[in-house]
Design a protein around this ligand. Sequence first.
Ligand code: NAD
Ligand code: MG
Length: 398
Amino acid sequence: MAKYSEKAGDKVEKSMHKMKEGKLKSGSGKKVTSKKQAVAIGLFETRKEGAKVPKKKSSSTSTVIAMKDENKISRRQVVAGLGAGIAAVAVSPALSMTAGKPAAGAAISDPTKLYSKPPFKSQPQPWPGLQSKMDPVPDCGETSYKGSGRLTGRKALITGGDSGMGRAAAIAYAREGADVAINYFPSEEPDAQQVIALIKKEGRKAVAIPGDLREEAFCKQLVQKAISELGGLDIIVSNAGRQQSANSILDITSEAFDSTIKTNIYAPFWIIREALPHLPPGSAIIGTTSEQAYDPSADLYDYAQTKAATMNYVKSLAKQLGPKGIRVNGVAPGPVWTALQISGGAQPEKQQIFGSWTMFGRPGQPAELASIYVQLAAADASFASGQVYGSSGGVGQP
Ligand code: NAD
Ligand code: MG
């Protein structure tokens, strides 16, 4: 458990003092009144309980030292894990998702030394999975993302906003000053409620709209509910996705194929078509595509073609909607540690070594892509449309 350390340095003491005077504020300008709140939004450094606090170091220096130590352990455990089998990796959560993430506001951090590295523990979950049950739990920026008012007053609908990239975008958007509606599959309520609480904590409006995107009627209701609850809509992040690995096309039933196409291709079509008459000029539509759009894996025959379609609709709609002042862009992640992968998205053997093939020897974390979703939505990205921004650890495309 991470614990707030008052000994960590002057910076923390200064913040404590500010808080007592009622002058400590979050990235979105909201007053911070408790230590717990300050730690949750990353204003204070956190430290593993029982870890030594180096004397007379600034808090950020202390964190860097903790990160280095964690990384040494990580490498040793990875080697041990590879040699002695996956059982040795059961302890890998200790590799620390807390100390291994960049300190809030850190000026520089080495991507090879951040976050847990494979091998990961085998942890299959039934679709669509809960990220809160994953080990390690994906980092969606809960304690690290700092806003600076880039989306003040904006109104966003994010599909798949309960977990993974959608959750990272939802947290970041709220901290940048936007009100946010999230959609998710009903069984994902526990993950979704965490996101709703985080959005509310920023003083922003949070709207939870569970439902199945494979149904046209629901997609229409989703848009109408988001508009009525938020009082309008100017950002759509069409991020939800279904990925079920199958080694052979012979193993893909028509029902499974239909589910993937409905979720990944029909739902964005239904949602964008329903929302368009309500989107003012300056609105942004963002689709989550994938490196699979460009370099499909053998076991993702159905999924990969939907991601190529996503990349394609982004470019087509950007041309169609550009004259109306609506920008349409895509994000193409590489391997990112999310519930999608452990709930059928990747074969079990691949889950355990997930992301080892990137140049950083690890998968990405959703938090590492949050700023791309912010950038593409922000008004100062006014010339970006029809673009696909990638983030894949030095491999993959675009
Ligand atoms: P995730 O499992 O955390 O998020 C996917 C979300 O899709 C789920 O949380 C669920 O809410 C939603 N969803 C799926 N089917 C649905 C349905 N029928 N009705 C309602 N909601 C439904 O995983 P993620 O990796 O964050 O996925 C987000 C996007 O990123 C997806 O489009 C995925 O294809 C894409 N992507 C992921 C990776 C990766 O390595 N994780 C890589 C490239 C692209
Ligand atoms: Mg989910």
